[in-house]
Design a protein around this ligand. Sequence first.
Ligand code: 5GP
Ligand code: MG
Length: 175
Amino acid sequence: METLLDEKQLRDGVRRMARDITDHYQDRPLTIIGILTGSVVLLADMIRLLEMPLRVGVLQARSYHGATTTRGELVINDELMPDIQNREVLLVDDIFDTGYTLREVISRIKKLNPSSVLSAVLLHKEDRCEVEMAPDFVGFHIPDKFVVGYGLDYEDEYRNLPYLAALEEADLKTQ
Ligand code: 5GP
Ligand code: MG
């Protein structure tokens, strides 16, 4: 495994994002919705840097099914969401890859009549986007490698790494 972003770089990036988010919303009440499971570490670090009146909720979106690293069908579970009607909503996800996850989640969220919906992602993979949108707040632009750590998994492991690493060919199990 190759370290892409160490703990200090991640901390600085999350601080930068939190500052941009604060500049945008100022003191306006905000609902942050973390997209499970990959966003949990970012969510925990991010919310402690924000000082506006804040509600926190989660939803689950799964597109990678277990062992595979190719895209599966997207399943969204919003049963754990707080009421967001007339609220300003910021979606938080670990990584923007093709963009399908965020696009689908945003269209689902909009049906619940929030007053606004923006998105923040820790990572944005270069040259992978397949949708007509981009996240509003981005921590880091990274090359097209499969990354783990700081919430991101490979077969449900590695989420607890405090740094971000790229898996090399030899680390990926052959199927
Ligand atoms: P998208 O729908 O934008 O293609 O994919 C977004 C989701 O795919 C992320 O929330 C994440 O769960 C997963 N994903 C995309 N790229 C990576 C990666 O490099 N590593 C890991 N662990 N997950 C990824
Ligand atoms: Mg995810």
